[in-house]
Design a protein around this ligand. Sequence first.
Ligand SMILES: O=c1[nH]cnc2c(CCNCC3CCCCC3)c3[nH]c(NCc4cccs4)nc3cc12
Ligand SMILES: [Zn+2]
Length: 370
Amino acid sequence: MFKFELYKKAKDSKARLGKIITDHGEIETPIFMPVGTRATVKTMASEELKKIGAQIILSNTYHLFLRPGSEIIKKAGGLHKFMHWDKPILTDSGGFQVFSLSDNRKITEEGVEFRSHIDGSKKFLSPEVSIEMQNILGSDIIMSFDECAPYPASYDYVEKSMQRTLRWAKRGKDFHKNSDHQALFGIIQGGMYKDLRKISAKEMVDMDFPGYSVGGLSVGEPKEIMNEILDYTTDFMPENKPRYLMGVGSPDYLFEAVERGIDMADCVLPTRIARNGSVITHRGKLVIRNAKYKEDFSPLDQECDCYVCRNYTRAYIRHLFNVDEILGPRLATIHNLYFLLNMMENIRESIRGDYFLEYKNDFYKKYGYN
Ligand SMILES: O=c1[nH]cnc2c(CCNCC3CCCCC3)c3[nH]c(NCc4cccs4)nc3cc12
Ligand SMILES: [Zn+2]
């Protein structure tokens, strides 16, 4: 089953507190969702993800479609069993990766022809193929097949793309047979054009999906434009259904999204930068390879109570990165994920206690945001 319960609306903003109920458990919102591209949140075992408070993880239909392929996942009994994760899973349609990973592709009304970025073989994705794959994966929340229009893009391009994404959403919804166990979200497009956003939102809402994503943002547009389009778009989204902003993940973007009525967000950033030694702290980001940490025996973040900050020093973690030891990226990943998951817990608390904007301002001041 799939249900969204709206607990509370903040007084000082559009922030809200909610709970998503799925076959594999409940999710308190607002929530940040760690990204597990190829059926793994890189360097993390399932138990470790649970220990740091991950309630749901994402996995990538495009990558799993290519490797290991649907046959093996089917034989494994679905993605939860295959990757030993018994909490909720969200998968994307595969569309975004096709548009961003493989450069030679052909978009038609039917779907998208492309060449695998692995072996160059010809592949085809469509609303039906994408739903079929996500049905096999067995994820609790699945995404409609959409085109994320590039930025910048002309009004005419965005209008045509948004209309086709609506037709694709309808086809996917009609094809999806397992809607009691897998909630299919519609994805609102429309680029940076408010009138197109309004049309996309209204038409998607008319199709009555159990949840809605805001797509086509965080694609290089200025932050002010993103915030303005987001603020405008959430006003057309039903209050009693989850709202998922795709591809957003640094602390400030998460605060801005929650403030504008978003319940769910995902981003590869915290795990990707961790593997390069960039660590998120309450005083901003630090690059642990920097020589200034050579004899710094303090924790990554004085105000963090994660396993890493309680047991290891900056000097030690810098050493690990310096000699390319695998434990380095692992410890940085555990800390970065814990930092964001814990920050979201604090955000939920602040909405509960009616001090969200105060918490946001305090956080920004300490972090060094404007
Ligand atoms: O309109 C969109 N439609 C579909 N997906 C989008 C995504 C991917 C979100 N992460 C999916 C995950 C699902 C499962 C595992 C892996 C990814 C976006 N990411 C960003 N910005 C961040 C960006 C990241 C890279 C380039 S921009 N904007 C996005 C817009 C869309
Ligand atoms: Zn920490």
